[in-house]
Write a new protein. Structure first.
Lengths: 407, 208
């Protein structure tokens, strides 16, 4: 670790890259596209026949190989099968052709590549409250493929830049093109470069939204959940910015996506238009929560340790709308502890104390509860908490230190 | 982290070409200076150590570096690094950061326990180093500078897809954080440099 080297932030690089790559697709606000006007432009088993698209697919095959073998891919057969099932549901005519990879990156994002493979960031799973919301994001990405946005934007880009070879594009700097919110991780070795290829216009994003909403409705997901996703994202961005004394970025010159506010409004209109009175829709919340239950502590851990207290607290409060539990109370305490302002230690203590009352409190809640008690001089209670921690986690990596504290 | 260090290397190259000097640490100027095999002060001078062989010390940049933090490397910061924290006071930060940044490394508090210090370092890796996974391998008591200290062993997966491994040995003495930290590519470099690190830790003396 070079403490000195981390002074140059990745965000500065990202902004530079985004400015270089996303200079198209700006302009006046896009009029809403009606979901019923959206039809898939390809059928099952689609394969390219044009030479340029065949070349693009060949490059994508190599990219997919690299991504599939990346250290960042979460190798969990149950989750992989679940995501495959979701994209198989809302993938329209190409449903059975898609591949989907879950990568461990704590940001809100998912992206579709031109040859039909999708990448979902783990931070997306944390933020979704039910399967319908996840399906909405995946349906949006499927919409890009079904409407052939990649090759359309690729040809458009080639016209504009007079670049004749895919290789010369691949050499370009990574930028903000394809995803919902790219975060700092756009600089990932393959993703950053590949994303620079796909700069969807606002019109294409509006098409993908409309196509996605239609796919949701066709598969009995409540279409309104997609606008709820955007409402949650706006809320999170507002909370994060407010905490740091800033205003939320509401879309600017270099944004290829419509602003979140406009997008939420359009998606709500789509949902109203699509929802059939009397038809039974199912957000499939229970199935979603039970599927991600095992990975949820990791997802929360990855988010909270970024010490973005406004965003983390908003996310925890949002998830707690479905009910508080020991896990959420524990991570609420972690938010306070890492925020580390005067009085936060007391707030953290209270959250840890509340967490351990729940039967699902993680072992770490007992550890931090014990540390809080120890710092307050309540050594007997601290010892009891530490004992509980070691009982729950007998092979705890910090067992030696904890035993020393127990005396 | 690789990306960050790449930027540092680019910045270094620019400095060298602008100055037109050798950049060896002996003549002219570079981002790195030579650490000889002799007792040397680190950070703000409140701690000194002896390197078992010559090392490269990252020069401090006025107004941007934290005065009580210093970084060394043997093979370049992408592969390995040894960092020193020489008596950091309460409410100080390990690195300078914009206070409007969404994600921030927590400040050091003098009443922090070893798990809290480890958590502060973990946030440093995640927020500024691009770590997407960090695992504690062990946290145990260990004397350091004659005080009751700690040893934290850990490994982390960074956005450049490389696993790195680290060891931090430290203690809070009179409310100040003293710490030496090794962080290197898990494959080969960590094991290769661990004996140097242990020798440096064993040689550490506190001043002031």
């Amino acid at each position: 670790m070079c403490l000195r080297c981390v002074e140059v932030t990745r965000r500065a690089m990202l902004l530079g890259g985004a400015a270089a790559a996303a200079s198209i697709g700006t302009g006046a606000a896009q009029a809403r596209i009606r979901p019923q006007d959206m039809v898939p432009l390809i059928g099952p088993g689609f394969k390219p026949t044009d030479r340029d698209e065949m070349g693009l697919w060949k490059e994508m095959e190599r990219a997919e190989e690299e991504i599939a073998g990346s250290n960042l891919v979460i190798e969990d057969p149950r989750l992989a099968g679940y995501l495959k099932n979701v994209i198989g549901t809302v993938g329209g005519p190409a449903a059975q052709d898609f591949r989907i990879y879950l990568v461990r990156i704590p940001d809100f994002n998912a992206m579709m590549f031109p040859s039909g493979f999708a990448v979902v960031f783990s931070g997306l799973l944390l933020r979704m409250r039910n399967e319908a919301q996840l399906a909405g994001v995946i349906a949006h990405e499927s919409g890009h493929f079904l409407r052939r946005h990649m090759i359309r934007s690729w040809r458009d880009e080639r016209r504009k830049t007079d670049l004749l070879a895919i290789g010369s594009m691949l050499a370009g700097i990574g930028g903000a093109g394809a995803g919902v919110y790219l975060g700092d991780y756009v600089q990932l070795a393959q993703l950053g470069t590949l994303l620079s290829l796909f700069q969807y216009s606002r019109g294409m994003e509006a098409e993908a939204d409309a196509m996605g909403a239609k796919l949701m409705e066709q598969n009995n997901y409540p279409p309104v959940e997609m606008s709820n996703v955007w409402q949650q994202l706006i809320g999170e961005e507002n909370a994060s910015a407010r905490y740091r004394g800033k205003h939320r970025h509401k879309g600017g010159l270099f944004d290829t996506h419509p602003s979140s506010d406009a997008r939420m409004a359009d998606l709500r209109a789509d949902a109203l238009e699509l929802t059939v009175p009397g038809k039974v829709y199912d957000a499939r919340r229970e199935r979603y929560l039970s599927t991600i239950a095992q990975i949820r502590p990791t997802l929360l851990d990855d988010q909270v340790k970024l010490n973005d207290p406004g965003a983390s607290q908003y996310l925890i409060d949002t998830l707690a709308l479905d009910g508080w539990n020991g896990l959420l109370r524990f991570y609420e305490g972690e938010v306070w502890r890492l925020r580390n302002r005067p009085g936060d230690d007391i707030r953290a203590d209270q959250s840890y104390a509340a967490a351990v009352v729940y039967p699902d409190a993680p072992a770490d809640a007992w550890r931090w509860h014990g540390i809080s008690l120890m710092k307050q001089g309540r050594s007997a209670e601290a010892k009891a908490a530490f004992t509980r921690y070691l009982t729950m986690k007998p092979d705890a990596p910090d067992a030696a230190w904890v035993r020393q504290m127990m005396g | 982290m690789k990306l960050l260090t790449n930027v540092a290397i680019l910045a270094s190259a620019a400095t060298l070409s602008a100055c037109g000097t050798l950049g060896t640490g002996e003549y002219g100027y570079s981002d790195y200076g030579l650490v000889r095999v002799a007792r040397v002060s680190v950070g703000d001078g409140q701690m000194s150590v002896v390197a078992p062989r010559p090392y490269n010390r990252h020069r401090r940049i006025l107004f941007s570096d934290v005065k009580d933090v210093e970084d060394w490397t043997l093979n370049g910061p992408i592969l390995d690094g040894i960092s020193f924290v020489s008596g950091m006071n309460d409410n100080r930060e390990l690195i300078r950061q914009r206070h409007t940044a969404d994600q921030q490394v927590p400040r050091f508090r003098s009443n922090m326990t070893p798990p809290e210090i480890a958590a502060m370092l973990e946030s440093l890796y995640r927020v500024k180093g691009g770590a997407v996974d960090l695992r504690t391998l062990s946290l145990q008591p260990r004397p350091f500078l004659g005080a009751n200290g700690f040893q934290w062993d850990y490994e982390h997966l960074d956005e450049d897809e490389l696993w790195r491994r680290g060891r931090a040995v430290g203690a809070v003495i009179d409310g100040k954080l003293y710490m030496i930290l090794l962080d290197a590519a898990r494959s080969h470099y960590y094991d290769a440099e661990l004996p140097d690190f242990e020798a440096i830790v064993a040689s550490a003396e506190r001043h002031g």
